[in-house]
Design a protein around this ligand. Sequence first.
Ligand code: BGC
Length: 304
Amino acid sequence: MYTLNRNALINLLIIKSNFMSWSILMNSILTVHSKCRVGFYPRSNLKRFPVPDDKVDWSTEYKQYNPPNYTFPGLHGKPYADPEIGDPNFEPLWNSIDGNISRVSYNGPYQIVNGFPLNPLGRTGICGRGVLGRWGPNHAADPIISRWKRLDNGNMAVGVNNKPILQFIAIKRGDTGEWAIPGGMVDPGEKVSETAIREFKEEALNSLSLADKIQWEKEIDEFFSEGEVIYQGYVDDCRNTDNSWIETIAYNFHDESGLTVGLLKLHAGDDAVGVRWVDITPDLKLYASHTEIVSSVLKLRIKN
Ligand code: BGC
């Protein structure tokens, strides 16, 4: 039986990539999910079945539990989407690398009940695949690009207790309107670290002119050759269901001197563009589990 202790242990595993040099700050950011347990499910008129905190864990009996079943009809036949469970041509290798798709959870082995994978964090109040492409884990990658906030004269700005202020590049999401890390979903066969860089270029650099983009391309590739894995595991995303959920690896790429990516002018505060440097402050509110992920960068960079 899956337990949260196992979750925390797996999160402490150190992974190495021969592509980048990683040092890892692993943490068990989530012990229980909450954003994927409330209100209406996205792109549907279905309300989640109520799941009180003490009934989230699958090992706790919840006899009345009767969640609605939903799979977004638009997923049918999409190249990034699995077929239906029960389709004789669909023989997924759960908890394994299945061709060029990883069905492995960073949170450890998940259970399969009646042919359906079970969300490792517990009940969500809705079953089916929802709007997610894959049954079981759907893998994402999140790049956190950070720099120290500086004054116009180049000196570091300081905040509470005379501490320097860390900033990161955030995008405004089109779906929920919330500020978020410019991440995205891993394509089949793609390395997660490559997804993080591709998504950053696609989402955050779109605000640059073509000339600037070309000028920045080389600079950025060099900058991205070093990064640190800051989190890997489950994300408390409003699209999660009992049978499909999102997991991510978040990488921190930090510009200590502020002389490379830190110089990027991202039209600060321009909501129409939806990309900007954001101060990491205690009251920061971001999409899904992004607040917790970004806060771990702060812990890593600002020592007491
Ligand atoms: C986003 C990632 C995020 C993931 C889980 C993806 O759609 O692009 O930034 O971590 O969802 O919320």
